[in-house]
Design a protein around this ligand. Sequence first.
Ligand SMILES: NC(=O)c1ccc[n+]([C@@H]2O[C@H](COP(=O)([O-])OP(=O)(O)OC[C@H]3O[C@@H](n4cnc5c(N)ncnc54)[C@H](OP(=O)(O)O)[C@@H]3O)[C@@H](O)[C@H]2O)c1
Length: 346
Amino acid sequence: MSERIDPGRVPKRTLYTGEEIPAIGLGTFGSDKYNGEQVSKAVYGAIKSGYRLIDCASVYQNEDQIGEVLKKLFEEKAVTRKELFITSKVWNDCHRQVVKSCKKSLADLGLDMLDLYFVHWPFPNYHAPGCDGDARNPDSKPFSIEEFMDTWRQCEQLVDMGLVRYIGMSNMTIPKLKAVLPLCRIRPAALELECHPGFQQQELFDYALEQGICPIGYCPLGSPSRPERDRTPEDIADTQMKEIVEIAKAHQVHPALVCLKWAVQRGQIPIPFSVKEPQYVSNLKCIMEDPLTEEEMKRIAGADKGCRLVKGQVFLWPGASGWEDLWDVDGKQITGSVGECLKAID
Ligand SMILES: NC(=O)c1ccc[n+]([C@@H]2O[C@H](COP(=O)([O-])OP(=O)(O)OC[C@H]3O[C@@H](n4cnc5c(N)ncnc54)[C@H](OP(=O)(O)O)[C@@H]3O)[C@@H](O)[C@H]2O)c1
């Protein structure tokens, strides 16, 4: 019998409606390393241990197996649907078929409604799951306000249809958010962004909070098992950063747990992934005990390396100069003809 942590004791974050959700969740991307059976087994064990927020996506290709364990948990009365907060995401090749994609995720997960549905990437640029880092799709296109808003309108429709409770964005930048937020009829409840001590995205994090959008931090441990395509020789491992290692020693915990304590104390919702019970249990438990001191929090804030791990180069379009083009690093305002988008909310 796995260790059980009372979900009522898990800290909470507040969405713009005032609804509270857990301040930590479980990731479900197997990183091309762990199969659906291993991941779903972890979801089963994690929910039994006290996790209530599960971060899913159609592209992780395991929603059907996760659906099976959810069914089992409901049958066993281990948890009720209402106690869970389940997210999913529309993949890049379904930006024109959001309702169909969401219905497929719902069917796979065996649910009538998702709590939060993300636009996984702000581009319709498809790459096959498990592709190499140098794979490119000649049909890829740069970000377009019109294209994105067309996808967002379909997400809004999902809320109207009662298929999802909240909608969210992922892998956005401040210029992209500034361009699209004024056009949203239903605003995003959450923003999923890469976030770990070596890549803190402070400006984007602050901007999201200012806009009442809840930041959900992915790769909170620096994704040590990430796929080959997301590795470069310059990458810095968070769990080997001097500051993290020293703070971990002081608290006598694994450096991964320092990353999670920092994340929760800073205010994002980390969604660490693990298929190993001792890891996912300690990941949840650690945020409720032995907090980092103010000084340690400041030390980690000052240790940001600006080291983006998920560079997204596989989404680049012909003529793009490099992965930085995906992230608006020049900070330039994004313009486009927004007339049609505005008309839709009149
Ligand atoms: N929106 C997006 O575009 C996006 C992108 C990426 C990820 N995500 C989401 O974010 C989730 C988390 O990101 P991630 O899975 O890439 O990376 P991560 O959570 O930073 O790292 C997961 C890995 O860390 C190790 N680990 C976990 N707990 C540990 C512990 N207590 N001690 C030591 N090592 C530990 C495990 O490695 P070993 O398996 O080697 O032990 C595990 O596979 C994903 O699963 C997915 O749900 C979203």
